[in-house]
Design a protein around this ligand. Structure first.
Ligand code: NAP
Length: 348
């Protein structure tokens, strides 16, 4: 790996974007050359003001053409919704792209996006890497790595437990917390199709183990608030949605091989009482020898463990950038990246 400085652009400064932006400003392995924002209140502001750091001299812009015209090695593309055509324009302009919005691994559900990305990479001589904590890390490269400790594998279960009351985000409303349970079950919401996004990570593990996903199945359970739950954005009324459990299973050889459990919670005052405790990720591999791994933030002063998934998502993108920039053109998955060697992490 070269020790060059990578010129980077941060596209969107939401929760994930701000984490990587701070990393680019503070890590000498990177030179921040541009910041794209959509929020009119941020346009023209110094990047430092957006992330609470001293001035950087890089002003946020909403001018897409100006960003496309910049000389840069990589764009960390973290908007709220994916825009594959924009990703392709960036790739064709000669910039590599790393994105927490995916795609993370080629599957039939994303074949059209992957084809467009591959064509743009070929034209631009560039690479694309889709990343994130989940999908993108705890359900794929992490269990895949742990399989090296196994003699035989029967099933891999991956849990994401996120307490949204302790770490509020836009997803509280997006995911339909506070709705009547019947309304959530019958109306479209942001988790529509999420199984196919997460199935990319499942496919990485299943194919990594030399198998093929034959079938995907989905379950959704709801828990309701026992009492009103106040949070910074409003109140979850008693009797409305306060907890959701999404369960997705990838079947291979006629049996469930990978099971993902996503538990999103507004605290723990709910019925049924799931009593899941603090936010964390957990991987359980059934087989021989059976094993489990828990991944969580260290405890805050009050002894509770916060959810770090968003922070980790911003850092997973940032730390992959040098290797993605050095990769051969095309879509780069974990299998192509191999062991990622982040740069500039050890510093005074
Ligand atoms: N794979 C994973 O594990 C993982 C985990 C977390 C998030 N994500 C993905 O990462 C992306 C960013 O998440 P986040 O938590 O940072 O979201 P966020 O806090 O809502 O920020 C998204 C940013 O996108 C810009 N934006 C707002 N409305 C937009 C629109 N309609 N179209 C395009 N951009 C818009 C805004 O940027 P400005 O404020 O700069 O204008 C906003 O701050 C999302 O797509 C999310 O699904 C993936």
């Amino acid at each position: 790996m070269s020790q060059k400085t990578y010129r980077v652009i941060q596209w969107a400064t939401g929760t994930v974007g701000k984490v990587s932006l701070r990393h680019f400003v503070e890590n000498p392995a990177f030179e921040l050359v541009g910041v794209l924002v959509t929020n009119p209140e941020k346009v023209g502001k110094d990047t430092g003001d957006i992330i609470g750091l001293p001035p950087t001299g890089v002003l946020a812009t909403d001018d897409v053409e100006a960003i496309l015209a910049l000389e840069a090695d990589c764009v960390h593309f973290a908007p709220l919704v994916q825009d594959i055509d924009m990703v392709c324009r960036l790739l064709r302009s000669g910039k590599n792209v790393v994105s927490p919005v995916g795609p993370v691994y080629p599957t039939p559900a994303f074949s059209a996006d992957v084809e467009k990305i591959e064509a743009a990479c070929k034209d631009g001589g560039t690479s694309f890497h889709g990343c994130g904590i989940h999908p993108g890390f705890v359900g794929d490269i992490l269990p895949m790595t742990l399989t090296r400790l196994m003699d035989r594998i029967d099933r891999i279960q991956v849990y994401e437990i996120a307490d949204k009351l302790r770490n509020p985000s836009v997803y509280i409303e997006f995911m339909g917390f506070g709705l009547d349970p019947e309304v959530l079950s019958t109306q479209p919401n942001c988790m529509e199709g999420a199984m196919y996004a997460f199935a990319q990570s499942m496919a990485l593990v299943v194919e990594g183990l030399g198998k093929t996903i034959e079938n995907l199945t989905e379950k959704h359970e709801i828990a309701t608030a026992r009492n009103d739950i106040a949070y910074p954005g409003g109140v979850i009324r008693a009797g409305t949605v306060a907890g959701q459990h999404w369960e997705w299973t990838a079947w291979a050889d006629g049996a469930p091989l990978i099971v993902y459990h996503l538990y999103y919670l507004m605290g723990d005052d709910m019925e049924p009482a799931w009593n899941l405790g603090d936010s964390r990720h957990r991987i359980v591999i059934e087989g021989n020898p059976a094993m489990e791994l828990t991944l969580m933030a260290t405890a805050d002063a009050d002894g509770r463990h916060p959810f770090l998934g968003i922070t980790w998502t911003g850092l997973l993108g940032a730390t992959a950038i040098p290797q993605v920039c050095e990769a051969a053109p095309g879509m780069v998955t974990h299998f192509d990246l191999g062991v990622v060697r982040p740069q500039g992490l050890v510093r005074p």
